[in-house]
Design a binder for this molecule. Structure first.
Ligand code: KG4
Ligand code: ZN
Length: 342
């Protein structure tokens, strides 16, 4: 039997503070994955400064794309399509990647495919798990999103749970700032929590009446702030590691419990994790053991594919390409693009 021709996709990601490009073969094999992180720069300001992010993207993007093509050993002529994140994200940051991808697609006469950033996060699970295919349940936990979705087919999502207020990553970042860890909060809390007692402080686990798969983290964040204020008023010293560990345990408990319950309710045998918070060591361990206990198969991307990268965008673009989805050269950035929307 004759082999089908390989499909090579150049993918570009610039929705927040990483300028990234990757070349992905047949939706599953990453030939290169180049990430230029701006974290050190934004740390100076305690968070992402949108205008600085845009300016850094424009400075770095050509170099990052050149490096991705070089590492993959391919030229523009070898590509089958150019995929790019067009939302959600920071508008000025997204526009850099979108304009760049359009220019390349036009010059190289290749199809352009706009990709939803969060669908990219979900698709990161396909990179290292060749056997994984829909349907499965995915818990998406990033800086801006906390969703439970049924991945019914490639690119077909049904949201069954969402946060009513803060995203999980946002809660990590806000609590990290409150205990003086600075930006980016997630990895810093992850590290500090290893030295603390997760049962030291009883922080709340919010349940939402009538919405068993929804989340709320703003009450938890307020509880941490109240705890810190009370300690300060009483002149008691705060054990930051205990606070970090107890906060993290509250987040992990809620995420894990809701994901497992949803998998049972919707009769999903496979559960995947996606988004920046999916790189959290406590969440990965808790999901792993909860899934094992309930007879569910658990998937998660390696940490480098959890946080923002372009390889995941290349994977999502491949499945859109196979379905015949193409974007016009009038593709625009859509900062508040909803999951499952086009
Ligand atoms: O997916 P991502 O890289 O960007 C968005 O699409 O939002 O997620 C970034 C979020 C940030 O809130 C960051 O603090 C969080 O992911 N994060 C973590 C960890 N690494 C990144 N949260 C907890 N533990 C980590 N190890
Ligand atoms: Zn992201």
């Amino acid at each position: 039997m004759e082999n089908e021709k390989d499909i090579l996709i150049l993918a570009v990601e610039s929705s927040c503070d990483e300028t990234a490009a990757a070349v992905v073969k047949n939706g599953r094999t990453v030939l290169s994955n180049v990430i230029s992180s701006q974290i050190a720069l934004h740390t100076l300001y305690g968070g992402v400064v949108p205008e600085i992010a845009s300016r850094k993207h424009i400075e770095k993007i050509n170099q990052v794309i050149g490096e991705a093509l070089f590492q993959a050993g391919v030229g523009l002529a070898d590509l089958d399509a150019v995929g790019v994140t067009y939302g959600p994200g920071l508008v000025g940051a997204l526009l850099v990647g979108v304009a760049e991808a359009k220019a390349i697609a036009y010059a190289a006469k290749k199809p352009l495919i706009g990709v939803h950033h969060i669908e990219g996060h979900v698709s990161a699970n396909f990179i290292e798990n060749p056997e994984l295919c829909p349907p499965f349940l995915c818990l998406i936990v990033s800086g801006g999103h906390t969703h439970l979705v049924l991945v019914k087919d490639y690119g077909v999502y049904e949201v069954i749970g969402r946060t009513h207020d803060d995203a999980a990553g946002e809660a990590y970042d806000k609590v990290a700032r409150a205990i003086g860890l600075g930006y980016p909060g997630g990895p810093k809390i992850d590290a500090l929590a290893k030295e603390g007692n997760p049962e030291a402080v009883a922080f709340p686990r919010a349940h939402i009446e009538g919405a068993p798969f929804d989340f709320s983290f703003s009450g938890l964040k307020s509880a941490v702030l109240n705890y810190l204020n009370t300690c300060e008023m009483k002149g008691e010293e705060v054990n930051r590691a205990d606070v970090a560990a107890s906060f993290q345990q509250a987040v992990v408990d809620v995420l894990t419990e809701r994901a497992v319950t949803a998998a049972k309710e919707y009769r999903m045998e496979r559960v995947a994790l996606a988004g920046g918070v999916a790189s959290n060591s406590a969440l990965r361990a808790a999901m792993e053991s909860a899934c094992k206990r309930h007879g569910l198969k658990f998937y998660r991307p390696s940490p480098i594919f959890c946080t923002d990268n372009a390889a995941m965008i290349g994977v999502a673009a491949y499945y859109e390409y196979k379905k015949g989805v193409r974007s016009g050269l009038d593709l625009n950035a859509v900062p508040n693009l909803k999951i499952g929307e086009r």
